[in-house]
Design a protein around this ligand. Structure first.
Ligand code: DAV
Length: 382
């Protein structure tokens, strides 16, 4: 394999998969976070259905106390990572309270930069900024630019790519998606048409999962087929293989890391309510991969924080420090037991106050450097 040879380089950016020994990572911050705006690509809902009848989803900045609590838990993650010898960097503070007006859209405020995973991704020595899929997140790459410049300036082998920015005009969205009944969703679950159309290249970085030479990309509310095609044409000439993956029972898919989570070579944590399409499962089976079902999360969907837009499956949004060590949310005891049974050392930290900022431990981070090179974990594809 020619890609990924790390001989004789002062390497700052090098990460090929989700599990190798972690050396350097970015952890998001909650300062100036706002409620995500209602827009064609996103109709945020209050968790409490009764409350939702009398109160609309808020706009503007989140309460200082809410932001402080999230920052405290993010600081706990930083401390744990540092205690494990990992270098942790933070993005710049950015004022998400600013409204936006572009030639194609307006939003009253932006969102936050708690979840670098959604925006930024490292493919080996390359940093890619995703197109993003929602208006409130159009400029979310900006708080990471200072870090990107630092890596790019210091390490001449770093490649830096910004994927094409979409217009995010009305034509890019299918707004009636939000009004479909569950029956309609069930009937059309194999069409994989969601709130974004196929008119422009759209992807969020968190729909990608990195398995060395093979990259799996979920088609979702935040990544369309053109987005996957762009990733394919961009990455395959460099030696990667890019595969689209689908989870037909997930009617509101966004980001693969609560659905399909590799833990080490040969082992994926899978979501029992969102099985992968059979023909896509075969790719894994043929190369000897084992799937383990995540246990039911300790909260059901109604018990998630009031403003949290993610599902109970944030329980699966774990962060690997190495193929033997994984960080999970402290309440998820059944998951802890499962992982320990499979030989992992499990670290638990409180993180629920981060949930309404877009995710859990995997979402709130962006890998810069892990030990190891590009490996082929799918011999049956050769
Ligand atoms: O299952 O709700 C959430 C992903 C958060 N970035 C889910 C996916």
């Amino acid at each position: 394999m020619t890609i990924g040879s790390t001989e004789n380089r002062a390497i700052l950016v090098n990460s090929w998969n989700e599990w190798d020994d972690l050396e350097e990572i970015i952890v998001g911050i909650a300062d100036y976070a706002c409620f995500e705006p209602t827009e064609p690509g996103n109709h945020p809902q209050l968790r409490d259905k009764k409350l939702a009848e009398i109160m609309s989803f808020p706009t503007g900045p989140k309460k200082q106390k809410t932001t402080d609590k999230a920052n405290e838990e993010l600081a706990g993650l930083v401390a744990l990572l540092e205690s494990q010898g990992v270098i942790v960097r933070r993005p710049e503070v950015y004022d998400f309270r600013q409204s936006l007006k572009t030639p194609y859209f307006e939003v009253v405020n932006q969102y936050c930069n708690v979840c670098p995973r959604d925006v930024m991704i490292t493919f080996g020595n390359e940093i890619v900024e995703a197109t993003m899929s929602r208006r409130g997140r159009f400029f979310e790459y900006l708080p990471y630019r200072k870090l990107v410049y630092e890596y790019w300036d210091s390490d001449p082998t770093v490649v830096w790519t910004a994927a094409p920015k979409p217009t995010m005009s009305d034509e890019m969205y299918r707004e009636d998606f939000w009004a479909w009944s569950l029956e309609e969703r069930f009937a059309s679950m194999h069409n994989f048409e969601f709130c974004v159309t196929q008119s422009e290249v759209i992807f969020d970085a968190a729909d990608c999962s990195r398995f060395g030479r093979d990259i799996f990309v979920q088609e979702s509310m935040t990544t369309n087929r053109k987005g996957i095609q762009w990733l394919k044409r961009h990455l395959e000439p460099k030696g990667f293989r890019v595969h689209a993956v689908h989870f037909p029972l997930d009617f509101f898919p966004s980001h693969i890391d609560c659905t399909f989570v590799p833990l080490r070579p040969g082992l994926v944590l899978t979501n029992p309510e969102r099985p992968i399409l059979a023909e896509e499962e075969k790719i894994f089976r043929d190369s000897g991969w084992e799937f383990i079902f995540a246990p039911q999360p300790t909260s059901n969907n109604d018990e998630m924080p009031l403003f949290c837009q993610s599902s109970k499956w944030l329980s699966m949004n774990v962060l690997s420090i190495s193929p033997e060590k994984v960080i999970i949310e402290e309440r998820e005891k059944p998951l802890q037991a499962l992982l320990e049974k499979h030989g992992f050392e499990v670290f638990t930290i409180p993180f629920r106050n981060v949930f309404e900022f877009g995710g859990s431990l995997h979402c709130a981070t962006w890998d810069i450097r892990r030990k190891g090179d590009c490996e082929d974990y799918f011999p049956a594809l050769n």
